[in-house]
Design a protein around this ligand. Structure first.
Ligand SMILES: Nc1nc2c(c(=O)[nH]1)N[C@H]1C(S)=C(S)[C@@H](COP(=O)(O)OP(=O)(O)OC[C@H]3O[C@@H](n4cnc5c(N)ncnc54)[C@H](O)[C@@H]3O)O[C@H]1N2
Ligand code: MOO
Length: 411
């Protein structure tokens, strides 16, 4: 492997070190907080459940006081939302609904399915033990306990938890401002005419969508031609407006590849070239406090480097407690693969199952980084280590699924 390329680990380590946590926070509506990062720990101000309540529709009884197959008078009915302070009389049962408060004197609930009602009396077919079907006060949450730590990305379940405390707002880290620009004199704006010498620009929308999943604010800087003056003006403006600038194109060694030189002239290049395929010419730099991520122009390379190298940096900037790596699962390769060793390969591939639900992975027929249909046909990236030049059919390789849904499942 050429020493002038950084390994992915080394590049990530350098990039993460070069990225600072933004730190500013704001208070926002819980209903808009999905995907945002908590700026402070949230503590409980209410206990949950607030009182002992029934886990089932049935009859509240005192277990020691009750017998199977014996008629017991029904003292009354308690539904959820009712206050019930009247104690259970010895030898009686109170009809109770799920969520309703357990009356004083009762210590178990028998499911309605295990009872037989006759007029205003009930017999119990199967006696519950003391405590059965009762959700104890504070069993879930005690006042003062930590509900969500600082630096947690809020998921739907966190919003439910905070809402259960009566909260309508939450303190989150301010949105990272991410600028996105496509560089290339050959690029036409979709919706506008495309000259015979042009192609439609497609990286911005994909990279913006991919990064939007992190709850950032995207600022679209459009398309800029491959000339030093235009790039200088644009990157200067970006360094005053955004926290991270993500460009695509112009980072290789062609005559019109000015991106690195312009960043270097205005600020600095931290590193250039990573031993990955696709995505080798990825460049990282700074202009003032703005981080610059120069993605390669080939659409597949732009997509893969945005996923592997840009998202961890944004997560760090947002103050996410743990900068997580993508989940990998092991799958068995369905064909022989020959390739040139030297770069870690993230091949576009499809995971499926065999009849025993073992994961199988099949690479897309072509791995050229210009072939965009390889990323839409694929459902994962299959990782081949930089040292390996021949993968035999039947070998197990790690893969990064694009999502965690499966076409077939034994659920
Ligand atoms: N002599 C060498 N040539 C190249 C090398 C190399 O090491 N030596 N590396 C190749 C690799 S690997 C990649 S990846 C590309 C990356 O080059 P650039 O980042 O300079 O990208 P461009 O040349 O500007 O564009 C490459 C390709 O992608 C198309 N493109 C660019 N931007 C967009 C966009 N926004 N939407 C759609 N398509 C886009 C562009 O038209 C080119 O076809 O360099 C190799 N060359
Ligand atoms: O690195 Mo390029 O992205 O291999 O095509």
């Amino acid at each position: 492997m050429s020493s002038k390329w950084l390994s992915l680990e080394h590049a990530l380590e350098k990039a993460i070190d070069a990225t600072s946590i933004l730190g500013e926070s704001e208070t926002i509506e819980l209903s808009r907080a999905l995907g945002r990062i908590t700026a402070s720990e949230v503590h409980a101000s209410l206990s949950v459940p607030p009182w002992d309540n029934s886990a089932m529709d049935g009859f509240a009884i005192n277990a020691a006081d009750s017998r199977e197959d014996t008629l017991m008078p029904i003292q009354g009915t308690i539904t959820a939302g009712m206050a019930e302070d009247e104690p259970l009389k010895p030898g009686h049962a109170i009809k109770i609904m799920t969520g309703a408060p357990v009356p004083p004197g009762a210590d178990a609930v028998v499911m309605v399915e295990n009872t037989h009602t006759k007029g205003n009396s009930v017999t119990i077919n199967k006696l519950p033990s003391s405590g059965e079907n009762i959700r104890k006060k504070e069993a879930d949450i005690k006042i003062g306990q930590s509900l969500v730590n600082q630096g947690i990305r809020l998921q739907p379940q966190h919003l439910m938890l905070l809402s259960s405390q009566g909260l309508t707002t939450v303190d989150v880290v301010k949105q990272v401002k991410v600028g996105v620009v496509a560089t290339g004199s050959e690029l036409a704006q979709p919706g506008e005419p495309c000259l015979p010498t042009q192609i439609y620009e497609s990286n911005r929308i994909g990279v913006s969508a991919l990064l939007s999943e992190l709850g950032v604010e995207i600022i679209d800087f459009g398309i800029v031609k491959d000339d030093e003056q235009s790039l200088t003006a644009l990157f200067k403006e970006a360094s005053e407006r955004v926290d991270v600038m993500v460009s695509s194109g112009g980072v290789s060694v062609g005559d019109a590849d000015y991106v690195k030189d312009v960043i270097d002239a205005l600020g600095s290049i931290d590193f250039w070239k990573v031993a990955i395929k696709p995505g080798k010419p990825f460049a990282l730099g700074h202009i003032g406090n703005t981080l610059f991520c120069g993605l390669p122009g080939n659409p597949v390379s732009a997509f893969v480097t945005a996923k592997l190298l840009v998202t961890p940096l944004i997560r760090k900037m947002q103050g996410e407690q743990q900068v997580r790596k993508p989940l990998t699962v092991n799958a068995t390769v369905t064909c022989d693969i020959k390739r040139r060793a030297g770069r870690r390969d993230f091949q576009r591939a499809t995971i499926t199952y065999d009849e025993n639900f073992n994961l199988l992975v099949t690479p897309f027929r072509t791995q050229s980084s210009g072939v965009m249909t390889s990323i839409t046909a694929a459902n994962c990236l299959m990782i081949i280590h930089e040292d390996i030049s021949h993968v035999e059919k039947g070998t197990t390789l790690p893969v990064i699924p694009f999502d965690l849904l499966s076409p077939e499942s034994d659920l």
